[in-house]
Ligand binder design. Structure first.
Ligand SMILES: CC(C)C(=O)C(=O)O
Length: 322
């Protein structure tokens, strides 16, 4: 069904995009206030009901590292499972993988850094040591039949090191694929990327034999570039995009860094381009509006704000809306 503002397909773009929703993990791990596990479980369920089929729900790290996600096991036990819906979780090491396997998780993600500074800050290891730590995690996860995503943080810029050389991205991506990761996600952790750099990184990865169809993008919106970067990546053949409902999130190591690309803003763009993503924008906006109330502050998503200002949480101009 066309939207009130028209649907205009554009050559060179995919027909379908998979949204990898990271709000419950990347978003809520940055919340200063405690978010009760009931609220998290309801958030995930609402996201699923809005049509998000891949929801990264939590991280099985030691609670000392990320106290906001200390309830990971309980959350995973509570979540109702749905056919065709995946709940990936981050695992830093074999202990995290053991927990994931005990909890019946089907998809995990390891999180590598492209820069030494962030590897040290986030994992207390060098880049090489962290990749070594991930090797048995990825191998055992694959043996158990799990999907394994490899995150690459700081692919475009680093708060300590500045511009990140593209060869470092290629080297870490190549190693993660050798370890057996089934998919990679290129993180702009502090949100400094611009479209030309996105093209340069994606082209360098293609030239090194990293298939674009197994590569996702993960943009933060610090400088308002996340949607432009995403569109650029889609035109380069990327079909999986990470986003966070309501634009939740940030980066503890760069105070100015804002949340991820807001899922609503992404869905608005995809709808306008006639690209199917399976998400009901109205239900998603309702979810982010509800969560903003629970968190006690407004959502930074432009789409959520625009629809709220128009006095409607269910947009009449969303594709598929009556
Ligand atoms: C740490 C990883 C997973 C991340 O969220 C990022 O780089 O933004």
């Amino acid at each position: 069904m066309p939207s009130d503002y028209g649907t205009t397909p554009w050559e060179g773009l995919p027909e379908r995009v998979t949204i990898w929703e990271v709000g419950p993990r990347d978003g809520l791990q940055n919340e200063a206030a405690h978010v009760p596990v009931d609220v998290k479980a309801e958030f995930v369920e609402r996201l699923v009901q809005a049509g998000l089929a891949t929801v990264e729900v939590t991280s099985l790290v030691h609670p000392r590292w990320v106290p906001q996600l200390a309830d990971a096991d309980e959350l995973l036990r509570r979540l109702p499972r749905h056919d065709g819906v995946r709940f990936p979780v981050l695992v830093p090491n074999e202990r995290g993988l053991d927990r994931a396997l005990d909890l019946g998780v089907t998809d995990v993600a390891v999180f590598a850094s492209v820069t030494e500074s962030f590897a040290r800050a986030n994992l207390n290891r060098t880049v090489a040591e962290s990749l070594e730590m991930f090797a048995p995690v990825v191998a055992r996860a694959r043996e158990a039949g799990l999907g394994v995503r490899g995150y690459l943080s700081m692919c475009f810029g680093d708060p300590w090191e500045g511009t990140v050389p593209i060869e470092q991205v290629v080297a870490v991506a190549t190693r993660l694929r050798e370890l057996g990761c089934t998919e990679l996600s290129l993180g702009d952790t502090i949100g400094v990327a611009t479209p030309g750099r996105v093209v340069a990184v994606l082209d360098a990865l293609s030239a090194a034999g990293v298939p674009v169809e197994d590569t996702a993008v993960h943009f933060h919106d610090t400088y308002g570039q996340a949607l432009a970067n995403t569109l650029t990546a889609l035109r380069r053949g990327v079909t999986t995009v990470d986003a966070s409902a309501g634009g939740l999130g940030g980066c503890p190591y760069a105070r100015s860094a804002t949340g991820n690309l807001a899922t609503e803003d992404l869905v608005w763009q995809l709808n306008g381009l006639g690209i199917d993503c399976g998400v009901d924008l109205g239900r998603l906006v309702e979810t982010s509006t509800w969560l903003a109330t629970e968190l006690g502050r407004p959502s930074p998503s432009r789409t959520v704000q625009a629809l709220a200002a128009n006095g409607a949480s269910r947009p009449h101009h969303n594709r598929g809306e009556p």
